[in-house]
Design a protein around this ligand. Sequence first.
Ligand code: ADP
Length: 168
Amino acid sequence: MVATLLNIFAAFSRAMSKSGERTFLAVKPDGVQRGLVGDIISRFEKRGYKLVALKLQQVSEDHLRKHYADLKGKPFFEGLVKFMASGPLVAMVWEGLDVVKQGRAMLGETNPLASKPGSIRGDYSIDMGRNICHGSDSVESAKKEIELWFDAKDLCDYKKANDVWVYE
Ligand code: ADP
């Protein structure tokens, strides 16, 4: 009961704070196999974002069908689900100012060809079906994805000592 109240209070304070936005990111199986997990985490850490949850996990096709429900019916849907279930991926939640939009910018475009050098996809991928990393495309889908991938108890609410050097 007390824990629930504290969680509600923490969520409320976060919602009130400009730096409390959260996004869901996943280093896809190709990113894990290619040894890019550390690099991707490092980019978000260096940018100033806060890691709130992280797990290495091989997930079921059923779980991925839920995650990619909006894409059901697309010709690449089944291949995408099978690929994402083919090996471990790293699921993460990151927090900070405009992290959904900035996270997408750091990822690059869905098509690596359109992704600028300097972005994750622009630096490390050449094929749309092997584009290394997933990031929520809106605050609303971030909320849904975080709920699908993580239990509320696994999301860490903590203060970072360097916040005063990251935020005005
Ligand atoms: P994003 O991951 O950039 O949000 P989407 O949600 O539209 O893009 O698509 C999910 C994933 O499906 C993409 O990251 C990509 O791996 C794959 N994908 C999208 N479009 C295609 C396509 N035309 N052919 C093959 N794979 C695709």
